[in-house]
Design a binder for this molecule. Structure first.
Ligand SMILES: NC(=O)c1ccc[n+]([C@@H]2O[C@H](COP(=O)([O-])OP(=O)(O)OC[C@H]3O[C@@H](n4cnc5c(N)ncnc54)[C@H](OP(=O)(O)O)[C@@H]3O)[C@@H](O)[C@H]2O)c1
Length: 106
């Protein structure tokens, strides 16, 4: 059975992906910025199959290389982690690509 990584596991879309993949019998990894934050990650561990087939990794889009371990060797990546960035560039229309869209090429 293929193994997948879903980035940003505490997010709205990612949590549904993690749940659906576990229900289909896959082994699932996810990334969060703070794996020790039980209030944010606790519900993910309650999904059916999580105890046997789910692992949480620490990763931050602003830290180069921090996703390497989480995605190493998986069969696919669902990249949903997305920082909320407040534009500070007065010329934002000329520079519209946020870092999270340029950081990952699979
Ligand atoms: N929801 C929708 O209806 C919808 C529709 C179309 C497109 N999208 C797109 O789909 C993506 C996910 O949407 P969503 O609604 O699931 O977003 P969300 O609920 O805000 O989840 C995004 C996740 O990204 C993580 N994150 C934030 N900053 C990060 C950083 N610097 N490094 C690593 N992770 C970081 C956060 O996790 P932690 O803080 O726990 O690490 C957060 O849980 C976004 O790009 C959004 O634009 C969403």
């Amino acid at each position: 059975m293929p193994e997948y990584c879903v980035t940003g596991g505490t997010g709205f879309i990612a949590a549904y992906l993690v749940k659906a993949l576990l229900e289909k019998g896959h082994t699932v990894r996810t990334t969060v910025r703070d794996p020790k934050d039980v209030g944010k990650v606790g519900f993910l561990k309650e999904f059916d199959g999580a105890k046997e087939r789910f692992k949480i990794f620490k990763a931050d889009l602003m830290v180069e290389g921090s996703f390497d371990e989480a995605i190493h060797g998986v069969d696919g990546v669902f990249h949903t982690a997305s920082p909320v960035l407040v534009p500070y560039d007065d010329n934002i229309q000329a520079n519209p690509t946020p870092p999270h869209l340029t950081s990952f090429i699979f």
